[in-house]
Design a protein. Structure first.
Length: 93
C-alpha cells in the first residue's frame, strides 16, 4: 500500500482483507487493513481502524476511517460479530 495512513506491523489485527468502498455513482474494491487498538497504558476506549489500499482506488483520496468504542460498545460489536459468524457457519455446514 503506497501512502499508507495507518501503521501496519506484526501486531495489526488484519493486514490484508478484501474490502469495497461505495458512494454516489461509484463502487470499487481494494485490499484493506483492519485493526483494533487500545492505549498501552490506562486505555479508556477501543479504536477500530480501517484503511483501503489507495493504489487500487480512483474515487477516494488516501485516508483511514476510525471508530472509537467504549468497552461496552466493543463487547456489543463482538457479540454481533460472533452471532453473524455462527449464522455463516450454520449456513455452510
Amino acid at each position: 500500500m503506497a501512502d499508507r495512513v495507518l501503521r501496519v506491523n506484526a501486531f495489526t489485527t488484519f493486514d490484508l482483507l478484501d474490502a469495497s468502498v461505495e458512494g454516489h455513482g461509484f463502487e470499487e474494491e481494494a485490499f484493506a487493513t483492519l485493526n483494533v487498538r487500545t492505549a498501552r497504558n490506562a486505555p479508556a476506549d477501543v479504536s477500530l481502524e480501517l484503511e483501503l489500499d489507495n493504489t487500487q482506488l480512483d474515487s477516494v483520496p488516501p485516508h483511514a476511517d476510525r471508530v472509537t468504542l467504549s468497552a461496552d460498545e466493543a463487547r456489543t460489536l463482538a457479540a454481533e460479530l460472533r452471532q453473524a459468524a455462527d449464522r455463516v457457519d450454520e449456513a455452510q455446514g
